[in-house]
Design a protein around this ligand. Structure first.
Ligand code: HEM
Length: 545
């Protein structure tokens, strides 16, 4: 202190203007510290993964311009230039993209212990409603939740759902041929929402019923579903989302404060998303509370079963508080409607454009039995064999070609082209040491179009999945994993396959489909948390005689 005051004294004696000179050092230090902080904030995440190859990233936006340029194909383009593991900067946040089946096995299975959780992308951080489902919960909470949910997903549960699913499918598709053209993707979204609404909440939304049968509370339900669709489709992965989502991509630290401000300003997209989410949450809480109190508790719907399971197990009781129960039930609606309806719609679209596939499929379905023979859950539950090795079914059923069509359509249009995971410890993948907290994303969409495993990947050829053909025998077991991989793979796989296959059997027993003249080619897609159609799948239904 004495030294400092001595120095100041000397400066004053020399007649130097103290006001200017004295703060210079602290001011410079502050500026340098700020600059260091900013650089550290923007380049810190990059520094840990700098050795992983990738194209040069632009400040702030990273590789988002590439996403705008190439759309969902960007990862295939980068994999060609940079190999099976590369960096992609989603704004400031680097992702380590894994685009190789063997590396996916490493991430999803072999090193699962250190890569158990999912990273939370910006669109989800802006949406608390989406965060408490199974998808984004972490560590011990996730495993307790997952085990409880799996205890509900017994084969008997799925078998019991067959008649309900069948009834919804029949009523939704009664008179398709009476209209000139239909937007099949809208119809299938309503159908899938009805099916999952009944299976998840025990509530009949009545969306897919012909208009004459509509209930009185239609408007309310329609609002609920529209809000659900709005809330989901607003979760954009590029720069077309709400302002707070965009900020989350560019400067994540500012996302939450801005969201808090913007959601209070009427008219902004954040305000709309927040209001929608609040409405959805309160509607869901209402349903959950009624069921919790024992009113309207059923024996067949997911919500009732989860409530009963969580009441009977201490561990689950602590984990499944009301907000988490609402979230997992809502997640079912979310995960079960858009993905399943997208897949069914792409099947209808692809088969309509491939007469030779249609002919074979019709022969198989007609050979299954008379029109009133409803398939059982056993007929339908041929698995994608490599997701859960413990329960491989190796027998062939009569509906083998149908499964090949489903697999090929899911390969052709992978609805969930990226699967998000995050390291919880330092871990080595593909020769690169990745620090704790690295976002590692598996590029299922790139695997599905890799000519090494799928020669002529742009051709729709269901026979490539024939267990007897060489292509299938030689293919890497994890080359086609539309439902993900390992202990964190999709829990709704059997559910959605059951629904898709039942729908196909009923639809093709009654109709064939042709592209409507309004149908664009190639099919235009939107890139959100899952793929979606830009303009829908428009077809003409022709009644089979
Ligand atoms: C065609 C239909 C579907 C597809 C393509 C699909 C795809 C996926 C994928 C790729 C994942 C990530 C898996 C991973 O990290 O390895 C996932 C997770 C999940 N899916 Fe699905 N899904 C579908 C239908 C469903 C349905 C019908 C439900 C619910 C009934 C559902 C519920 C979930 C849940 C809860 C998770 C998170 C699992 C966890 O983190 O433990 N999905 N799904």
């Amino acid at each position: 202190m004495d030294l400092l005051s001595g120095a100041l004294q000397k400066l004053a004696e020399a007649g130097l203007p103290l006001v200017i000179r004295v703060p210079l050092i602290p001011a410079t230090c502050t500026i340098l510290a700020l600059l260091g902080g900013v650089l550290g904030y923007f380049y810190g995440p990059y520094w840990g993964v700098r050795k992983v190859p990738g194209p040069p990233a632009m400040p702030f936006v990273g590789h988002l311009p590439l996403l705008a340029k190439y759309g969902p194909d960007v990862f295939s383009v980068l994999a060609k230039s940079y190999g099976p593991i590369f960096r992609f900067h989603m704004g400031r946040q680097p992702l380590v993209i894994v685009a190789d089946p063997e590396l996916c096995r490493e991430v999803g299975i072999k090193k699962f212990k250190d890569i158990t959780n999912r990273s939370i992308p910006s669109p989800i951080s802006a949406s608390p409603l989406h965060q408490k489902g199974l998808f984004f919960t972490r560590d011990a909470r996730w495993s307790t939740m997952r085990n409880t949910i799996l205890s509900v997903y017994q084969p008997s549960y799925l078998a019991k759902l067959v008649p309900t699913m069948q009834a919804f499918i029949e009523s939704a598709t009664e008179d398709l041929h009476s209209k000139e053209d239909i937007t099949f993707s809208d119809l299938s979204l309503k159908l899938a929402s009805d099916v999952i609404g009944d299976a998840a909440f025990g509530v009949d939304f009545g969306l897919s019923k012909p208009h004459t049968q509509h209930q009185q509370n239609d408007k309310e339900i329609e609002n609920f579903i529209n809000q659900h669709i709005y809330s989901t489709t607003m979760l954009k992965m590029d720069l077309s989302g709400s302002f707070s989502i965009i900020l989350g991509l560019l400067i994540p630290i500012l996302q939450e404060p801005f969201r808090q401000i913007l959601k209070r300003i009427p008219g902004t997209m954040d305000w709309k998303v927040d209001r929608t989410n609040q409405n959805l949450s309160s509607r869901l809480d209402e349903i959950v509370q009624k069921k919790m109190k024992g009113k309207e508790r059923g024996t067949n719907d997911f919500l009732s079963l989860i409530l009963s399971a969580s009441e009977s197990e201490t561990a689950a009781k602590n984990v499944f508080t009301q907000d988490y129960i609402s979230a997992v039930t809502y997640e079912h609606l979310l995960a079960g409607s858009a993905t399943t309806s997208f897949t069914l719609s792409t099947i209808i679209y692809l088969v309509a454009g491939h007469p030779e596939v249609e002919k074979k499929l019709l022969e198989e379905i007609d050979g299954f039995g008379p029109c009133d023979k409803i398939p059982t859950a056993n007929d339908l539950q041929r698995r994608f064999p490599y997701i859960d090795q413990a329960t491989i079914h190796t027998f062939l059923t009569i509906l083998d070609f149908e499964l090949q069509v489903v697999k090929e359509a899911m390969r052709f249009y992978t609805v969930s082209p990226l699967v998000a995971r995050e390291t919880s410890a330092q871990v080595e993948i593909g020769g690169y040491v990745l620090p704790k907290g690295t976002w590692v994303w598996m590029a299922l969409g790139v695997l599905a179009k890799d000519p090494k495993n799928f020669p002529e990947p742009e051709k729709f050829k269901p026979e490539r999945f024939d267990p007897k053909c060489d292509e299938e025998k030689q293919r890497h077991p994890y080359a086609n994993i539309p439902f993900g991989i390992g202990p964190r793979a999709c829990i709704g796989q059997k559910f959605s396959l059951q629904e898709i296959k039942l729908s196909m059997i009923h639809l093709y027993r009654n109709y064939v489909f042709r592209h409507s003249p309004d149908m664009e080619k190639p099919l235009a897609l939107d890139y959100g948390i899952v793929l979606n159609f830009k303009h829908g799948v428009k077809v003409r239904a022709i009644k089979r005689t």
